[in-house]
Design a protein around this ligand. Structure first.
Ligand code: SF4
Ligand code: MG
Length: 314
């Protein structure tokens, strides 16, 4: 049995610029050693906010995030250090996270400096080693970010996140800005590094094909809530929530899957500042019933590992 190193999140209100915004209302999941949890949904669904909360970049006013059984908003400072090493982030735009005036080797070395790891020679060796792991030769050490292509920059962003040998990497749309052919190279690299370095990923994306390719489990988010969660194969073979069905219906099928009709959703995702009553999806749901406008559906376990929040299954 695989050891859980349980990052769990459950929180309610998040502090927004204008007072309290329920950006993430009902999110609960586990991140397991060596596995990828995919968070998928449209922009504005609260995926990034969830990632930021796990990194303590967003303070929840309600609810909790646990890392190895400790509430990360209550851990003492000395332990926070370890947490900062263990949990790293990779962003969508690799360029914005790389200092344009700094040689790439130095940028990657920075976290080692901050955490006072090794001496100069050891740090340099570690940087060269991680460059090699992400498929970049030592000749790149003295180059500047503008000398690299988008795909290379994402490899470098990855090197920077991995140089501390973290346990968890939060990947927020890491391949969304890349060409499709480069996307699969980076996704394959992520998978390879995961095995080599025993990493857990929280993989945040709006891209169904990408999330399918990389995730072991997937949580589908809509307006700050995970409306369905299941192991990847189960979710794709039997998506239960009408929102999941609609999302997946837009993606080409594999030959083992039942033929699905394309479901086109009405309208845009409503503002999280003023979400619909009852089931938040009722304004766009093709199966909406009377009860859906009045009552918030409860999360229900359909299979031991498959959860859905919808009145159709109550
Ligand atoms: Fe649709 Fe009702 Fe289910 Fe919400 S609870 S997804 S509105 S059927
Ligand atoms: Mg986002």
């Amino acid at each position: 049995v695989k050891k859980y190193f349980s990052v769990t999140g459950q929180w309610g209100r998040l502090g927004g610029v204008k007072g309290q915004v329920k950006a993430v209302n009902d999110v609960s999941f586990r991140l397991v050693e060596g596995e990828t949890y995919g968070l998928v949904g449209e922009s504005g669904s609260g995926k990034s906010t969830t990632g930021r909360a796990i990194l303590r970049l967003t303070e929840p006013t309600d609810g909790e995030v646990f890392y190895q059984n400790e509430n990360i908003f209550q851990v003492p400072k000395r332990k926070l250090q370890r947490f900062r090493k263990d949990v790293q982030m990779v962003f969508q735009d690799p360029f914005s996270s790389l200092n344009p005036r700094k040689r790439i080797g130095k940028t990657i070395e920075e976290p080692l400096h901050i955490h006072r790891v090794g001496n100069q020679k050891e740090r340099r060796e570690r940087v060269l080693d991680i460059l090699d792991k992400v498929g970049m030769g030592p000749e790149h050490y003295y180059r500047f970010p503008h000398e690299f292509s988008g795909g290379q920059r994402q490899r470098l962003g990855l090197a920077r996140a991995l140089v501390m040998e973290p346990k968890v990497v939060i990947c927020d749309e890491p391949v969304s800005a890349l060409d499709v052919s480069i996307q699969s190279q980076v996704v394959n690299l992520l998978k390879q590094l995961q095995t080599e370095m025993d990493l857990a990923y929280l993989f945040i994306t709006h891209d169904i094909s990408v999330v399918r390719h990389i995730s072991d489990r997937i949580g589908v988010m809509y307006l700050g809530e995970i409306v369905e969660e299941a192991p990847t194969d189960d979710l794709f073979s039997s998506p239960l929530h009408p929102y999941t069905q609609a999302l997946f219906s837009a993606v080409p099928r594999t030959k083992n899957e039942r033929n699905r009709e394309r479901i086109v959703l009405k309208g845009e995702i409503p503002s999280p500042l003023n979400p619909p009553t009852g089931c938040k999806f009722h304004t766009r749901c093709p199966f909406a019933m009377d009860i859906c406008k009045r009552e918030v559906p409860k999360r229900k376990k359909i299979e031991p590992d498959h959860f859905v929040t919808c009145h159709l299954y109550e």
